[in-house]
Design a protein around this ligand. Sequence first.
Ligand SMILES: Cc1cc2nc3c(=O)[nH]c(=O)nc-3n(C[C@H](O)[C@H](O)[C@H](O)COP(=O)(O)O)c2cc1C
Length: 383
Amino acid sequence: MEFDIEQTDELLSTTRAVRLRLDLERDVPDDLLLRCIELAEQAPTGAGVSSRRWLVIRDQETKSRLAELYRAAGGSRMIDRSQERGKPEDLQERVADSAAHLAANLEKVPVLVLATIWGVHDGSGRPGLFDSVIQAAWSFCLALRARGLGSAWTTLHLGKAKEFAELLGIPDGVTQVVLLPVAWTIGTDFKPASRRNTSEIVWFDRWGYTKENPGEVSSLIAAAPGVTVEIDIAASPERVWELASDINISARFSDEFQGADWIDGDGPSVGASFRGRNERADANRVWETTSYVVECEPSRVFAWNVNDRDQPSAQWRFELEKIPSGTRLRQRLIIGPSLSATGRAMEANPDQAQQILTSRREQHRGNMILNLQGIKRLAEADA
Ligand SMILES: Cc1cc2nc3c(=O)[nH]c(=O)nc-3n(C[C@H](O)[C@H](O)[C@H](O)COP(=O)(O)O)c2cc1C
C-alpha cells in the first residue's frame, strides 16, 4: 500500500493546539475516542509492557472540579493577564490568549482525556516511562485530527497532579503525563506553524555541524558546510545585543580574530563594512578581510559576509532569541560559497578534503564557543 504523502504531510504539519476552535456543543462519541486510543496504542512501548492507562472524563461535575484545579495551577493567572493585556500584539500573546480561553472554558469541552502511565520517574534515564506515553498521546492527537476532532497538549494541571489523582482515584505509582481536551473542531483547515529551518537545527555527524545545501553532493564545499554554537544567557536580548553587535568583541576571547575597524560608518547597519585582522599562530598566518553587514536588526540578528557581499567566502551570523530565562545566543558560520584558504586547500587535496574541513570546523567551533562564553560572562556580570 502506498500512502498519500501529501495528505500524510498535511496531517503531520497541521495537527495544532486547538483551543479557540473547539466545538463545545457537539458530543464526541466513545467509539470514536476508543478507536483513536486503539491507534495510539500502536506507538512504541518500553520493554513491550502495556503500561499506559487512559482516563476519558465526561462527567460534568468531575470536569468542573478539574477545570478549577487547572485554573488554580496557573490558568487563572493566564486569564487575568489576557484580560489586562487587551488586544494581542504578537504570536506569543495570541497563543497566551488562546491558552487563557481554554483555561476559562475547560469544563465546557465535551471530553477530557488524561494520558497516564504505570511508573514513577526515578531519574535513571531508563526508557519506558514518559517516553512510552508521549508518542502514544501524540498519535492520539493525530488520529483525532484525521477525523475532524482536535485537542491541545496541556500540562499545566501537573502542578495539581496530587489533587487530580485524589479526585480521579489514580493510585500511587501512576504518572500523569498530559491532559487532552477533545472536541470536534470548528472548520478543519489549520495552518502549519512557523518553525526553524532544518538547516538551523540539524547537525551532521557532530554537534553543531550544519549543511546549508544538503542535497548538493558534487563537493563538500558545495553543500555549504557550517558550524553553529549556542548558549543560554541570563540577561536581556538588549544587553546581549550590545555585546554581540560590537565587531571587536570576539577579539577579547578568540585565539584567531584580533580586532576590526569600521571602514564606513562607526556602528552596525546594513551596507556598512569593516576590516578585520586575523592571526593563526599554528599556521603562521596573518591576514585581513573586509566584511559587509548584510542583516542588522537590533536585539535579533547581526550578520556579515566576508570578502564579497554577494559571493562571500564565509557568512557569519549572530541570532538572539528571547527565552524565559533570558536570551539564547547563537553564532553561525557558513563556509563559502567562494573559496577561502580552507576551500582552496580542500580543492588542492581532494583525498584529504574531509579532514581539512573537519579540522577547520573544530578550530572555528573552539573559538566560537570561547566567544559565546565570554559574552555570557560579560552579560551576566551586570545583568
Ligand atoms: C510540554 C508542553 C506543555 C504544554 N502545556 C500547555 C498547557 O498547559 N496549556 C495550554 O493551553 N497549552 C499547553 N501547551 C501547548 C503549547 O502552548 C502549544 O504548542 C502552543 O499553543 C502553540 O501551538 P502550536 O504548537 O499548535 O503552534 C503545551 C505544549 C507542550 C509541548
